[in-house]
Design a protein around this ligand. Structure first.
Ligand code: HCA
Ligand code: CU
Length: 389
């Protein structure tokens, strides 16, 4: 069964301007645990003492999910993470030619020694720790470097190798740049060395392909997929939790343990605390994700919702709804009138037509019409006109 690693509290907090207080972090972790994600990556304890405390607190909170810390490839940093009492440790160090030469200025051999040294230190401390090694920018690194670093990491005690598409470079449609191939090749190369780590993928969204790439990696047999709420993260962020889950359900079947009914509240909470609104047309959790509007659509869904819907909002604890505006037709007005409990008016065809005309005029202001508060006023105005004429 595919596992989900949520990194809202680590990668997500790398969104410029975003800060989650320790209380917000705990609440977000509670939601994620309730949804059933497997690993919650809380942060790097070396970044700030407050993050260190949050990791320790969440690690002790007794969640079902494994609680993880992110760490530079340094003994002191790894030690800080272990001191937080985490179940999971992620160590990253790139072995791309460019990074080795331009940034770190060390040879591949020196890099692999360092990786092995740091990971052995962590393994010696804790036999039960899940250790992930990420050759950052994996997908733009020579595969032989990745295999060398990954095998050194596994021999030193790593259980998981993460393929990081740090710059959103891969594409399922590009002949040389598919994460599908990278997952397959890395697994094969490591299997030849009799090494069988779990494979994780971390896909950035710079080209808008993070979700497509994550699903491509899933198809290739990846074991763990990284996500964040709202796809938060550096630059264009990473894979969106809600979007991934809704797609995985189609593939693994509805018999999953994920509690999707917490998603909307989690997203609202994160959006409030990140001060980033959820776009209304955001899949699954956006205000319009299950809203039907244009005349033809509303007329059809009044007969059968599936005519314009391939997802069932009930699995998310949500319902369909209706929007009124310039694109509306007669049926939408009838349904909206019924929705606010004025069924008797829906019979009056002339009145309904007048209300529709009035709605089309108001719609020109360019903001949504609120059915609960504005429709009663529109009805009153039209009823008076109707009585006079
Ligand atoms: C980062 C980069 C990272 C690391 C991923 C990982 C990436 O912000 O440190 O450690 O698995 O995209 O490569 O998020
Ligand atoms: Cu990242």
């Amino acid at each position: 069964m595919i596992k989900i690693l949520d990194s809202t509290l680590r990668e997500g907090e790398q969104t410029p301007g975003v800060y989650f207080s320790p209380e917000a972090k705990l609440t977000i972790a509670e939601f994620l645990d309730g949804i059933g994600v497997d690993i919650i990556e809380v942060g790097n304890p070396a970044v700030d003492v407050e993050i260190h405390k949050s990791i320790t607190r969440i690690a002790k909170a007794g969640f079902k999910a494994k609680i993880g810390a992110h760490s530079l490839c340094r003994i002191d940093n790894v030690q800080k993470a272990i001191d937080c009492g985490v179940d999971f440790l992620g160590v990253f160090f790139s072995v791309s030619t460019a990074r080795l030469q331009k940034d770190y200025d060390i040879s591949l051999e020196a890099a692999t020694d360092k990786i092995a040294h740091v990971i052995s230190h962590a393994r010696e401390q804790r036999k039960d720790l899940l250790i992930r090694y990420t050759p950052e920018d994996t997908v733009r690194s020579p595969i032989e470097n990745v295999v060398k670093a990954a095998s050194a990491a596994i021999q030193a005690g790593a259980n998981i190798i993460s393929i990081a598409d740090t710059t959103g470079y891969t594409s399922p449609f590009h002949p040389q740049r598919s994460i599908y191939n990278i997952v397959k090749v890395l697994k094969q190369e490591l299997a030849q060395l009799d090494l069988h780590p779990q494979i994780e993928v971390h896909c950035h969204n710079d080209r808008g392909l993070a979700l497509a790439n994550a699903l491509d990696a899933y198809r290739a047999g990846a074991d763990i997929i990284d996500v964040t709420v709202m796809g938060l993260g550096e630059r264009a962020g990473i894979v969106d939790l809600a979007e991934l889950l809704i797609n995985l359900i189609d593939m693994v079947g509805e018999q999953t343990h994920w509690q999707l009914n917490y998603l909307k509240d989690l997203y609202d909470f994160v959006s409030d605390h990140a001060h980033i609104p959820i776009p209304p047309h955001h899949p699954v959790v956006g205000k319009n994700a299950f809203t039907h509007y244009a005349g033809v659509h509303v007329k059809a869904i009044a007969k059968d919702e599936k005519l314009y819907q391939s997802l069932n909002p009930e699995i998310l604890g949500l319902k369909n709804n209706l929007a009124l505006g310039m694109q509306s037709g007669y049926t939408a007005v009838e349904l909206a009138i019924k929705q606010i409990g004025r069924e008797e008016l829906a019979e009056n065809k002339e009145l309904v037509a007048n209300i529709l005309q009035e709605i089309k005029v108001i719609a020109k202001r360019g903001t949504p019409i609120d059915i609960e508060t504005e429709l009663p006023e529109i009805i009153d105005r039209c009823t008076i006109k109707h009585l006079i004429t």
